[in-house]
Design a protein. Structure first.
Length: 86
């Protein structure tokens, strides 16, 4: 793990969250294709949020059947086709 810091091992979550971090905005950076350490701005955040809105589907383990129905709709899987009835 590149970002592991042994000196942070005993920090509480609150203490850790208040520390400056090089991997700040990690997910935004990944979603918009920027490299580690590249600055991100408001435009990058807007693009990242739109990508998540368009491409992420969340399912719940407690609602497995409904979740799979939604996955199938998003992925264009026809549940009536014989090969999809397994």
């Amino acid at each position: 793990e590149k970002t592991y810091r042994p000196e942070w091992a005993e920090l509480t979550i609150l203490e850790w969250a208040q520390k400056p971090s090089e991997d700040e905005n990690f997910m935004v950076r990944k979603l918009v294709g920027k490299s580690f350490g590249d600055p991100v701005d408001l435009h990058d955040l807007i693009v990242a949020k739109e990508l998540v809105r368009q491409r992420v589907v969340v399912g719940l383990m407690s609602e497995m059947e409904e979740s799979f129905k939604r996955f199938n709709i998003v992925l264009g899987v026809d549940e009536n086709e014989e090969r999809n009835k397994k």
